[in-house]
Every structure is written in C-alpha cells, then in structure tokens.
Design a protein around this ligand. Structure first.
Ligand code: ADP
Ligand code: MG
Length: 256
C-alpha cells in the first residue's frame, strides 16, 4: 500500500517544506521507500535535500505542463530509499500556461504518479503557498492532507479557506481525500502565546493534532543550507527528536 500525503497550507513560512523534507527523510530512515515531490516554484525542498535546482534536467514543471513521464523526472537523494521529483522556478508560470486547457489539468500529477506509485510506501508532496492549480494538482493526487500550523498570532486565520478548498477538491476531483493530521510548528513553550495558540488549535482540530509539536529550533533552519535533513545535520537536536517522534506518529496512524 502506498500513502500519498500532501503537506499544505496556503500561508508561507509555516513549516511546510521543513516538514516535507524531514518527514520524508525520517520515513526513509525507518526503512520505508519514499518519494518527495516538490510542487513549489521556490524549490526549497529540492535544495534542502541537497539537489541543485539549477542543475536538473527535468522537474515537476514538465509533469504539469508537458505531461512527461514521472520516471524521467525522479532522481535519487543522498539518503537511501528517498527519491525526489524536483521542483523548479518554471512552475511559477504553470497556472497561466494551462489557462486554456479545458480538461484534465488538475489531474496531471495524479496521472503521473500512477506509474511509479507502487515503488513507494509513502509519497510526500510539498505544496506551494497558494491555492492555485499546483495546489489543486497536489490535493487531487493525494490520499490525505497534512497541515502544518505555525504557533503564532493568527495561526487559525486562513484555515477555513484551506478546509473549504479541501472540501471542494474532495467533491469535484478526489472523493476519498481525508485530513491526515495537523502539526503544530515553531512552538515556543516558554511563551504564553505559543501555549495559547497550541491549545486553540487542539480545541479546533481535536485528535487530528499530533501529540508531538515541533519546537522552534535554530538547527532546523540551518540544515537546509547544507542540503541535509535534520538527522544528518544535528541528530541530537531538539528538532531532530521532534521530527523523529512526529514521523513515528504518522506511521502509527497509518498502521491502523
Ligand atoms: P513553508 O514551506 O511553509 O514556507 P518553511 O518550512 O520553509 O515554511 O519554513 C519557513 C522558515 O522557517 C524557513 O527559513 C525554515 O528554515 C524556518 N523554520 C521552519 N521550521 C522551523 C522550526 N521549527 N524552528 C526554526 N525555524 C524553522
Ligand atoms: Mg515551502
């Protein structure tokens, strides 16, 4: 069985990419075969796992705009069992380039994944910070969405819009779409704000919220510039511990 999880939230800077990279890495290190799909024009997940986005032959852009073969896009990462479908800056134009395509433009990622799906236990899709065509492709291709929520002011703002988008995609393109879970990110336990926001999010999403919250941890922000997952940058950091525990929770929910 393959589980396809889209990491989504139309807000930027909430920890989508950090979560995509480190969840994918943790799952691969726990002996799962994993594909990390980068759907963000900024290609931060691609860079963050050590792949030079300016030196790749093809990317998810070629999947979405040219319907090319997923096999021709996928490349191995430095981590065993972890492959990557890299993103590229060209993705920024995909919405416009497909403006006149009447049918099927929302299903392109889903179709492309069908041919490689069976090679993986988990496929993790890092979504862009917008609710456009790229995000719709991700929501159409996935089994479930995982929503990182930053423990800051206005944490819940925009989530109604996101949930409506999930419902809409569910009714039009992907009837089996579910919510995988909600992950609290960048939590500062020492501040009242952090604690209050996490309580508020738990009150709203209840058991969907993972027990593990990701703390604000400098090592997590340093690791991508070295092109490394947190476990290979500083395996003893708070951030590594948190993402390891979180990945265990993800596996446990999917073992049921
Ligand atoms: P998004 O993909 O939602 O835009 P990112 O994962 O890129 O968010 O995170 C935004 C910024 O915050 C990045 O610079 C990242 O390195 C940093 N960051 C993410 N999670 C943490 C954390 N738990 N602690 C400290 N910095 C973090
Ligand atoms: Mg990102």
């Amino acid at each position: 069985m393959t589980k396809i999880i889209a990491i989504t939230n139309q807000k930027g800077g909430v920890g989508k990419t950090t979560t995509s990279i480190n969840l994918a890495a943790a799952l691969a290190k726990a002996k799962n075969r994993v594909l990390l799909v980068d759907m963000d024009p900024q290609a931060n997940a691609t860079q963050g796992i050590g792949i030079d986005r300016d030196n790749i032959e093809s990317s998810t852009y070629n999947i979405i705009v040219e319907e090319c073969d997923m096999k021709d896009v996928i490349i191995p990462s430095y981590i065993a069992k972890l492959d990557v479908a890299p993103g590229s800056i060209d993705l920024a134009g995909a919405d416009l380039e497909l403006a006149n395509v009447k049918r099927g433009r929302e299903q392109r990622l889903k179709k492309a994944l069908e041919s490689v799906k069976n090679n993986y236990n988990y496929i993790i899709i890092d979504c862009p910070p917008a609710l456009g065509l790229l995000n719709t492709n991700a929501l159409t291709a996935c089994d479930s969405v995982l929503i990182p929520v930053q423990c800051e002011y206005y944490a819940l703002e925009g989530l109604t819009q996101l949930l409506n988008t999930v419902l809409l995609t569910q009714s039009v393109f992907n009837p089996r779409l579910t919510i995988e879970g909600v992950l609290l990110t960048m939590l500062d336990q020492r501040t009242n704000l952090g604690v209050e926001v996490s309580q508020e999010v738990r009150k709203y999403f209840k058991e969907k919220v993972y027990k593990t919250a990701i703390p604000r941890n400098i090592k997590l922000s340093e690791a991508p510039s070295e092109g490394l997952a947190i476990f290979d940058y500083d395996n003893n950091s708070e951030g590594a511990r948190a993402y390891r525990d979180f990945a265990k929770e993800v596996c446990k929910r999917n073992a049921k």
